[in-house]
Design a protein around this ligand. Structure first.
Ligand code: SF4
Length: 431
């Protein structure tokens, strides 16, 4: 009888892909995935440490898993909290069988066979076995091109939990994408904490070159990438996007604040003016670009004036999507030396104002699509209605539409948008 595993993933796309790799290598070992932690032989919790709350949750969730697990089953902790607090976790929860950081995702076999309890190093060879990735989507493949980050934003824990930047050789990335496309995955999403800092360790090819190579691969219908750093945006990168219509016009470009004073304290390596200049350069070359961004509210010392500058920057860029968070002090980050966060009530007021503003903007964006015909990548029948097709636009909006249900998944269809809904669009496939 085959062994079973349960895996729970918190946090970002990088953690998602790490869990797909862990799941894939376990299936290669003959394990079967189960959704119920009570029946699993192996329970994996892939953690996130980007915000305080996610961290506090680890020990309470560990307690639940301990209570749920069956006799003889094992518990393993992965991800960024594991990397940062590995030894503390084993001290506080000695019944945890092993703790492995993001650098050791490719070493699960050794950990299971060798009884290694603590794997927190960042091996030179990350053993990125793309043939053993358990991809949940039939149409999309996420592909890590660079791990870690060499920046030192004062609020961020990532350089501690994911180490220094390590780019994968371009040959390995291309081979992985060819194999994914051969399996019908026509949408490729390139992943990295600072994806556009990519530099091939063998050929020194940069991100712009990689975009051009991947966009030119046969069968790649849509190419996305996340997360770009504004200071790493080059003219070649912009030209690559302009010159390849299958490179998504959805560009996630975290700004974090609209105040140059706060950006300096965050060590974001650009000023408000420089960020807006990057946006203008991209818009000049790719007018239809849809920007999304991340904003931190309540950073230590943020004044009313600073926040007004954030509001005015958001109004100026007119983001299609926006993710905003209250500043969360992270242990070991240099922002802790910049004083305490601003008053929580003020931070809540500011973030609610941002959300309201953006809700209005989002409604405008969605309404503006009504009557237009958009290319939609068909991903399968809608989860809510099997008589309805579902897919996503280039700028990542979900579209539920009527059409021929015999259409092969992965087909790019022209869809006339009939109605904007709260978060999605409704439409009909155009012959
Ligand atoms: S660029 Fe800054 S915010 Fe992004 S992962 Fe690196 S240190 Fe963190």
């Amino acid at each position: 009888m085959s062994k079973t595993f349960f895996i729970e993933t918190w946090g970002c796309q990088m953690n998602d892909l790490d869990s797909q790799r862990l799941s894939g290598s376990l299936k290669l070992r003959g394990y079967r995935r189960v959704e119920d932690e009570h029946t699993a032989d192996l329970l994996l919790l892939n953690t996130c440490s980007i915000r305080e709350k996610s961290e506090q949750k680890v020990f309470s969730r560990l307690g639940e898993l301990r209570a749920a697990k069956k006799e003889g089953s094992k518990i393993g902790i992965c991800g960024c909290v594991a990397q940062r607090d590995g030894e503390a976790i084993l001290a506080r929860a000695p019944w945890v069988d092993f703790v492995m950081g993001p650098g050791n995702v490719g070493y699960l076999d050794e950990i299971l066979d060798g009884g290694r309890r603590l794997a927190l190093d960042f091996p030179e060879d990350r053993r990125y076995d793309y043939l053993a990735i358990d991809r949940p989507s039939a149409t999309r493949a996420q592909v890590t091109i660079i791990e870690g980050c060499n920046k030192n934003c004062t609020f961020c824990i990532v350089p501690t939990t994911r180490g220094r930047e390590v780019s994968r050789p371009i040959t390995g990335i291309v081979a992985e994408i060819r194999s994914a496309v051969a399996e019908g995955r026509v949408e490729i999403e390139l992943l990295g904490q600072t994806v556009n800092a990519y530099r091939c360790p063998q050929t020194r090819a940069d991100f712009a070159s990689l975009l051009t190579v991947v966009a030119s691969l046969e069968g790649v219908k849509r190419l996305r990438f996340i997360t770009s750093h504004p200071a790493e945006v080059t003219d070649d990168m912009i030209a690559a996007i302009r010159d390849h219509s299958n490179i998504s016009r959805y560009l996630h470009l975290p700004v974090q604040s609209g105040s140059s004073r706060v950006l300096r304290r965050m060590k974001r390596l650009y000023t408000r003016e420089q960020y807006l200049a990057v946006v203008a350069r991209i818009r000049a070359a790719v007018p239809e670009v849809h920007f999304s961004t991340d904003i931190i509210v309540g950073f230590p010392g943020e004044t009313d004036q600073d926040f007004e500058e954030t509001i005015s920057l958001i109004e100026e860029v007119r983001y299609g999507s926006l993710f905003a968070f209250k500043y969360s002090p992270r242990p070991g980050t240099s922002a802790l030396r910049l004083g305490s966060p601003i008053d929580d009530a003020v931070a809540s007021e500011r973030i609610n104002r941002l959300f309201e503003m953006h809700e209005e903007r989002k409604r405008e964006t969605l309404r503006a699509y009504e009557g237009r015909i958009l290319p939609v990548l068909y991903e399968g029948p809608s989860r809510h209605d099997s008589e309805v097709l579902s897919g996503r636009t280039d700028d990542n909006w979900t579209v539920n539409f009527t059409g021929d249900l015999r259409t092969p998944i992965g087909t790019m269809l022209p869809v006339r948008i009939q109605q904007a809904q709260h978060h999605t669009l409704r439409g009909e496939a155009v012959a």
